[in-house]
Design a protein around this ligand. Sequence first.
Ligand code: C2O
Ligand code: CU
Length: 506
Amino acid sequence: GGWAVAGGALTSGQPGLLLRSRAPLPRPYEVPLPVPSRLAPVSTSGAADVYELTQRPARLRILPGLETDAWTYDGTFPGPTIVSRSGRRTVVRHRNELPRPTVVHLHGGHTPYGSDGYPTALLLPRNSTAGTAGAAGMAGMPGMSGAGDAQDTAAGQRTYTYPMEQRAATLWYHDHRMGFTGPNVWHGLAGFHLVHDDEEEALPLPAGERDIPLLIADRSFAADGSFQYPALDAGQRTAGVTDRYMDGVLGDVVLVNGAPWPVLETQRLRYRLRLLNGSNARRYRLALDPAPPGGGALVQIGGDGGLLERPLAHDTLDIAPAERFDVVVDFARYRPGTRVRLVNRLGSGGTATVMRFDVSGARPPADDSRVPDRLSTIPAPRADRAAATRTFRFQRRAGSGWTINGRPYEPGRPLATVRLGTTEVWRFVTDFHHPVHLHLNHFQVTARNGRSPGPYDAGWKDTVDLRPAESVEIVTRFTDYPGRFLLHCHNLEHEDMGMMADFVTE
Ligand code: C2O
Ligand code: CU
């Protein structure tokens, strides 16, 4: 549909190909909110925790009376949650029993090149000759072999090693196969990966059953209950491409942790909600309806890269694809029995609402949690020490597709080479709408349109939302891991259609 821009903010609709569901849909707030199960390690030693995941087809029950064929991590969508300890190595052995190659990326992970999920570093299917042909095609590709990639790449299995030298944060893992990330994630290849550390655990934040990750993602369903997505073959997609497809694929059903418009019964206590926009292209402007007296319902305590310095109260929260906002909501601010909807002020029809919290009428136990005024320490960004300042322009390609600095993605042709041990200023500029994501490092936003950062730019981030005609300036320090990493738009259709670039660290 159409959209309008006022004062730099998206005020209505959203560009993209909106696929209307043909399956009968449930009424909102009937399905209880599922919480993804936590993956248990297969072994744990002094040095590392080892996990195994199998990527496989599964039939999910998402809609009443229908089954949805999904591509999953271990049979569920979202996949199981992996929980790591900061500073402790996490090893994840993935097996691929899907009939297609995949790539696993830990989004927000400070991960060496060989395990980062470079988009042509395929995890081949266990039983597929097509997969083998694909592997042969990749063998001559620059950056595909060598010392940085000492992984187990036997067909059907690949081991990803995460040093986890990073602070507590809400990360997520998802597919990253070149040209196919959109369909692969849409069909179910995404899950949470949480990192804990001592600093965060010492805080009196809501924990345990009151610390809930929420993966919000729109989807669309065919009449038989299967996920609807434009044709999977890259050739077909290019041939039949429309501008709307290119702008991004949008669904008309909002899933939270894989369930349509679910409901959660809450006590009149504080809850920590780890919000992740796992949608391919949809942005949300989240708010609680009704708002509690006095407003400021969504108290942000963290972002992509973990805790903020101080809590930040929001009435509404704009969340672009791949961004995370860690918020505390105090349901004691509502009367017993209030039904509080989490709504999306950018949506309409089925996408205007996300889920509902039903505040219990029962008298709660005393709340032992609180949100301290001071959460963490974040060093001031040192733009003045930058060894280089670079500009990246995110633009439409004449004809079809997307580019960064005029170039569609080409593996092995970096747009930048940075020296480890240095700080850099990167400026992202666009005339359209792009959530820009950097691998390897978290960063701080230092300016938006030449002025102060916006209300959703606080703390350490790895994805920053650019709106039409905006520029954003970030500062980041490249500390370690030589190799080849990615800068790209996290609108997955933009990414699949070229809006990605390599940068090299040395
Ligand atoms: Cu969440 Cu390069 O990806
Ligand atoms: Cu984009």
